[in-house]
Design a protein around this ligand. Structure first.
Ligand code: ADP
Ligand code: MG
Length: 255
């Protein structure tokens, strides 16, 4: 693969956390992950294996103990509007409306006029089908709707890379399926950002639903156990034999 095909790369990334005892808990070790242009990359692994840690490193929120993150050919140093992270639990501000929560992501941008910002927010509200709820407060929304607001806020900056941390894990199965379908629809529309998506999850089915390629993590510190391409046509059918076969294959790799 040539470098021009890679949007982001983790090179020999090791990270861990200091424990109260003074020692360090190594969570991931010598991890090499490439995110290609136009790719939907899934990362699966058991809870606690370091998936959120990897996303925080990819977002530039956390500097790894060693190794580097290369984004668009340059070393990533801190956060950038070009990379958006959607957290596992939507972190909306309770005292702001839906519209204001999304607007917040654009507030400090000097390259956009006030009108352009408001238009952009309206566009995103429509995209996530929340136009009628722009004046609502987070507590008035269901879990699925809150997740949609968080998605709109992550996308409003037109990021090149969208990082999703277990985006459906706190939703009921029906809501999560409808959100998966929406995300897939957006992903198909190539006129929309982002260029690439990385989604981490402990739920193998939702990753097989969406990803072009899956990286399987395991062990402590976590290492890459396997990389599996998902070549099913879209929209994917959960009930098809090939779907089951891939879910099975990934399960046995993890367990
Ligand atoms: P996952 O997202 O796969 O569940 P995390 O990346 O959240 O895993 O966490 C990996 C490991 O690191 C876990 O054992 C967790 O307890 C530990 N950990 C995560 N964040 C911190 C932190 N800020 N301080 C100390 N330990 C942490
Ligand atoms: Mg996590």
């Amino acid at each position: 693969m040539s470098n021009s095909e890679i949007l982001m790369e983790l090179r020999n990334v090791t990270h861990g956390y200091s424990l109260r005892s003074g020692s360090t808990l190594k969570v991931i070790e010598n991890l090499n992950i490439q995110v290609r242009y136009g790719e939907f990359l899934g990362i699966v692994g058991p809870s606690g294996c370091g998936k959120s840690t990897i996303l925080r490193i990819m977002a530039g929120l956390v500097k790894p103990l060693s190794g580097v993150v290369i984004f668009r050919g340059e070393v990533l140093n801190g956060t950038t509007p070009r990379i958006s992270l959607m957290h596992q639990v939507p972190t909306l501000l309770p005292w702001l409306t839906v519209r204001e929560n999304i607007y917040l992501a654009l507030m400090s941008r000097k390259d956009l006029t006030e009108r352009a910002k408001q238009l952009k927010v309206s566009e995103l509200l429509e995209l996530v089908e929340l136009s009628g709820y722009e004046s609502a407060y987070p507590y008035e929304l269901s879990g699925g709707m809150r997740q949609r607001v968080a998605l709109a806020r992550a996308l409003v900056t037109d990021p090149d890379l969208l990082l999703l941390d277990e985006p459906f894990s706190n939703l009921d199965p029906l809501t999560s399926l409808s959100l998966i379908r929406e995300l897939e629809g957006m992903w198909f529309d190539t006129t929309l950002p982002p260029i690439s998506i990385v989604m981490v999850s402990h739920n193998i089915e939702e990753v097989v639903m969406l990803a072009d390629r899956v990286v399987v993590l395991g062990g402590r510190p976590a290492k890459i156990l396997a990389e599996v391409p998902i070549e099913l046509s879209r929209p994917r059918n959960k009930k098809s034999e090939e779907f089951y076969r891939l879910v099975d294959e990934l399960f046995s790799l993890i367990s």
